[in-house]
Design a protein around this ligand. Structure first.
Ligand SMILES: [Fe+2]
Ligand SMILES: [Fe+2]
Length: 288
């Protein structure tokens, strides 16, 4: 199950498949001229975070997370039920419930990184500032793309049905708690905590998303034009994980910071697992 985490070979495959380096994908993803604050961080197999002072600490977080996933690997909802989509096991109603869950998950977490970015600028923490900004930039529009999926595949009204899903006033309790914690962290938390909770957190996404993407084509006959969200998340979080690893490995150098970061990361990832289960519980397949 943990072989579903992205690795070097997977990255090579995605870079080739999507033409990321050559820019011939036609998706305008790396054409905006944003610079990369850490030289080489986007190159194949980059792992220089290991040379930073808290590299071992980062490795410990990754190992803990793989263990936590292994513990739930027999559950159908592991990796947010993405594997079920890969096998075409959800009916259309459940697919809609699942997609709405994915949509909400894309909206509640990133926007407040702007607060952290401004704080990093104020203290001239330049590489942290620019990696946060780069992350925020690369998340831009992802919730709109997922909204396109809901509109295109299920005929939902963007104004009346899609946007209300991202309104915190409509969030169930668990989600609202997560939302508020993320705001607080971006407004007041340490940068390494933010890197763990908003960037390293995304480490699980690429491979299961790739599996879901192929299933959406194969089993649900959803045309490519509606699948941009899933195409992008088949690879972009290879890099977001790295931004997180680099910031933590370079700056989580005190015992106090490491304890705080570890606690936040474990709490957040435990909530991610709970959310996977909750989203599954909302589906009819669960009640069969
Ligand atoms: Fe994203
Ligand atoms: Fe991301």
């Amino acid at each position: 199950m943990t072989e579903l985490f992205a690795d070097h070979l997977y990255e090579e495959q995605m870079v080739k498949e999507y033409g990321i380096e050559t820019g011939d994908s036609g998706r305008e993803l790396y054409l905006a001229g944003a610079y990369s604050p850490v030289k080489g961080i986007l190159s194949l197999g980059w792992d220089k975070w290991k040379d930073e002072p808290a590299g071992d600490f980062v490795q410990g977080l990754v190992d803990w997370w793989r263990g936590a996933v292994r513990d739930v690997s027999s559950k159908p909802w592991v990796f947010g039920s993405h594997l079920l989509i890969g096998k075409g096991e959800l009916g259309m109603d459940d697919l809609k419930t699942w997609a709405k869950g994915v949509y909400v998950g894309t909206t509640d977490r990133f926007m407040f990184e702007g607060l952290a970015e401004a704080r990093a600028h104020a203290i001239r923490a330049r590489d942290i500032r620019d990696l946060i900004l780069r992350h925020l930039f690369e998340e831009m529009g992802h919730h709109e793309m997922m909204g396109d999926f809901l509109v295109g595949v299920f005929g939902m009204s963007r104004e009346k049905e899609v946007y209300p899903l991202e309104n915190p006033n409509n969030f169930p309790k668990g989600l609202l708690e997560n939302y508020n914690r993320r705001i607080e962290m971006c407004a007041k938390g340490s940068f390494v905590e933010i890197a763990a909770v908003n960037m390293l957190e995304e480490t699980w996404i690429p491979r299961p998303t790739r599996i879901a993407r192929l299933g959406l084509s194969k089993h649900y006959q959803i045309p490519d034009k509606h699948l941009m969200f899933f195409d992008i998340h088949s690879y972009i979080d290879i890099y977001h994980e790295r931004y997180g690893k680099y910031i933590i490995a370079k700056y989580a150098t005190t015992k106090e910071l490491q304890e705080k970061t570890e606690k936040s990361f474990k709490e957040t990832m435990t909530r991610v697992i709970q959310q996977w289960e909750r989203n599954y519980d909302a589906m009819a397949i669960h009640k069969r």
